[in-house]
Ligand binder design. Structure first.
Ligand SMILES: [Zn+2]
Length: 265
């Protein structure tokens, strides 16, 4: 009996000591501004990469004013004062994905600007769409906290708070503040952010192909109870190819996928 128990306990101990140090020490961070990833904890050290804003990286430890971080496959050092903690970002993180909705708000000071990875994928998608005779335009991407605050106030004045809340977000609760949300349109600019965009060939092309570039139709038809927003055929959220494809295949919203209960006000 004793021997049998040891046989099971030993591998378990070895396994836990091998994994625990990195798993426990790593904290998720984001760069406040595009930030150099250096080979040593000094500004004189060679920069091996630039960490963009709006992307989660892992902080493995601290050395004075420097953080040892992992960005993609690379490990190096970045200045700690330019790293944001999760509390300074807000929203809710699942793996490396930031969820923002009526329940999980961003901090007013979080201002990553337009996400460079999302922009790159959008440009690739736009070029491919063109080959199919489809003209795509990103007419609204990053929006600051202050901009959203004014926008929402304008809509409340126009329609009242109850109606405004079904189609617009309060400051901090807009995905546009993440820099990952792209409002897309086609040739006809009069249909930008209009329900009629859904019937256009551009909208149909996006519905079929956007996931292959990492974009997810964030507020689909018939999912108002989950997302808290009316159908927006133009609002796409960059989540990366794997998740976007998973959501598309299963006809799921981010709220369903991450199993978060929406608050509808
Ligand atoms: Zn939008």
């Amino acid at each position: 009996m004793k021997q049998l128990r040891l046989r099971y306990i030993l591998p378990a101990i070895l396994l836990s000591t091998a994994i625990a140090p990195t798993a426990e020490a790593a904290e998720y961070r984001q760069a406040k501004t595009p930030l150099h990833l250096r080979t040593a904890p000094t500004a004189k050290a060679t920069s091996v990469n630039v960490i963009p804003t709006g992307v989660y990286i892992k902080e493995l430890g601290r050395l004075g004013d420097w953080s040892k971080v992992r960005y993609g496959a690379k490990t190096g050092y970045a200045s700690s004062k330019y790293l944001l903690t999760e509390a300074q970002i807000g929203g809710k993180r699942f793996g490396s994905v930031l969820l923002v909705n009526k329940q999980y708000a961003l901090k007013s000071t979080y201002a990553p600007g337009e996400n460079v990875v999302a922009r790159g994928e959008f440009e690739r998608m736009k070029a491919d769409a063109k080959k199919d005779g489809i003209h795509l335009v990103a007419f609204s991407t990053y929006r600051s906290y202050a901009y959203q605050k004014n926008l929402f106030a304008k809509y409340v004045e126009q329609d009242g708070i109850v109606k405004a809340s079904t189609y617009s977000a309060r400051a901090g609760r807009s995905e546009h503040q993440t820099g990952l949300a792209f409002d897309l349109g086609g040739k006809d600019s009069t249909l930008f952010a209009k329900a009629a965009f859904a019937k256009t060939k551009e909208s149909k092309w996006l519905e079929q192909h956007a996931h292959a570039y990492g974009f997810h139709l964030r507020y689909p038809k018939g999912k108002e109870a989950e997302t808290g927003y009316t159908y927006e055929s133009w609002h796409y959220r960059y989540v990366g190819k794997a998740i976007a494809s998973h959501l598309k295949l299963r006809d799921m919203t981010m709220e369903e996928y991450y199993k978060v209960v929406p608050t509808l006000h």
